[in-house]
Design a protein around this ligand. Structure first.
Ligand code: SF4
Length: 264
């Protein structure tokens, strides 16, 4: 990424067409938004502005992916920040969990909503495919964008009739790979197998997340989710003893993805 600490967006950063409309492409780093950003550039050239809402908890492979995407797009992706996951945990004095998902609201929806209301009128290009029917979480900025903000949403994949196979073909033809995970390293929505991979591949991040739980006295995982220990320390001890969450790892092979609010 060109400037991971960028958090003040100037009018000069946002291009407009001859009618004064800004064309905004939100990028999550996942396959759909990566494909959409590149396909729009190829198929429907306009003065686009690309935005991303970092949390500061991205895995290194995700940071590298966004930097590569910026190079392919030929321009920076604007980072809209509202602190980081770490600073928001301190401010809220609690970890996010599946029952209290304040992180998406504060770190994703709020800065995006502020951006849309500041730079309206805008057209927002949403990466929902023609073979999916999900609408939840697609309002740009969620409830953080004031009602009446001039934001028009368009769905180019649906206009083009593109489904999942078209997305993968487009990416494959250009040699673009997508990181296995594009969500936060310590996202409470991640699967058991993802915690296992985090422990295996990024032990320092896992140790830091384990330290968060010790500091705040509660866990990222919810105890009801499965029969494994909810706390990261208990999980680590099982992993170190050679216990592998094979079923979860198998399931991850079949179904990759994350919550839509953070992936669109
Ligand atoms: S990816 Fe997970 S931890 Fe990060 S903002 Fe979204 S829900 Fe929260």
């Amino acid at each position: 990424m060109s400037n991971p600490m960028q958090n003040v967006v100037s009018v000069l950063d946002v291009a407009r067409d001859s009618d004064g409309v800004a064309h905004i492409v939100p990028v999550s780093g996942g396959k759909d938004s990566t494909c959409l950003a590149l396909a729009l550039k190829e198929r429907e050239p306009r003065p686009y502005t690309y935005i991303y809402t970092p949390t500061g908890d991205e895995l290194p492979e995700m940071v590298a992916h966004l930097s590569r995407l910026e190079r392919m797009l030929g321009q920076p992706i604007i980072k809209l920040e509202n602190g980081t996951l770490a600073t928001q945990i301190e401010a809220n004095k609690m970890l996010p969990n599946v029952f209290s998902r304040w992180c998406t609201r504060l770190l994703k929806l709020r800065p995006a909503g502020k951006f849309y209301s500041q730079f309206a009128p805008v057209v927002c290009y949403v990466g929902i495919r023609d073979d999916e029917d999900e609408r939840e979480g697609t309002r740009p900025g969620g409830d953080s964008a004031p009602v009446g903000t001039e934001v028009t949403q368009v769905f180019p994949f649906q206009h083009w009739g593109w489904g999942i196979n078209d997305v993968w073909s487009f990416l494959d033809e250009r040699g673009i790979t997508i990181p296995e995970r594009t969500d936060c390293a310590r996202c409470p929505y991640q699967r058991l197998g993802e915690w296992y991979n985090l422990w295996l591949q990024h032990p320092e991040i896992y140790a830091s997340a384990e330290g968060d739980e010790e500091k705040w006295g509660h866990t990222y995982r919810s105890p009801q989710r499965d029969t494994w220990p909810a706390d990261l320390r208990g999980l680590r001890e099982l992993f170190e003893a050679g216990t592998i969450p094979e079923r979860s790892l198998r399931m991850m092979e079949k179904r990759r993805g994350m919550c839509r609010a953070c992936s669109l």
